[in-house]
Design a protein around this ligand. Structure first.
Ligand SMILES: [Zn+2]
Length: 135
């Protein structure tokens, strides 16, 4: 199975359940964003779901919870989605169908979604530690 478990903070996470370091599945654009739109934003779509460590998602000191990630992190989400598309991952078609047929459309899609979420809330999140691992 291709490893798409690249958490932003790069802490070792497990995709098996009931481990101390079992990953969380987080919505990059917070699910609460949907409450402000009458359109289906597809926030439960794979394009918006990222695996992360429990601390980043809901840790006491710097958990993301319903905050929007800092703007520079949208680039990582874009790269992650492009990686899944280029690697012929089974989720490829779903991501293309939801976000666009080419890179330009997909970048616009993410920027539009991010811009909408950004207009709703000032609260931003970024990890305490961030490693450059390609995306
Ligand atoms: Zn983390």
């Amino acid at each position: 199975m291709p490893n798409y478990a690249f958490p932003t903070c790069q802490i070792q996470i497990s995709i098996e359940s009931n481990q101390l370091n079992t990953c969380d599945v987080d919505h990059f654009v917070p699910l609460s964003t949907q409450f402000n739109s009458t359109h289906d934003l597809d926030l439960n779509g794979v394009w918006n779901l990222v695996l992360c460590c429990q601390d980043c998602n809901r840790g006491e000191t710097n958990g993301k919870f319903a905050r929007l990630p800092d703007e520079h992190l949208i680039q990582r989400l874009y790269k992650r989605n492009e990686y899944l598309i280029e690697s012929n991952h089974p989720l490829k078609e779903t991501i293309i169908m939801r976000t666009g047929k080419n890179q330009h459309q997909r970048a616009n899609f993410l920027n539009t979604m991010y811009g909408f979420a950004k207009s709703l809330s000032r609260a931003r999140w970024q990890p305490e530690f961030e490693y450059d691992i390609g995306f």
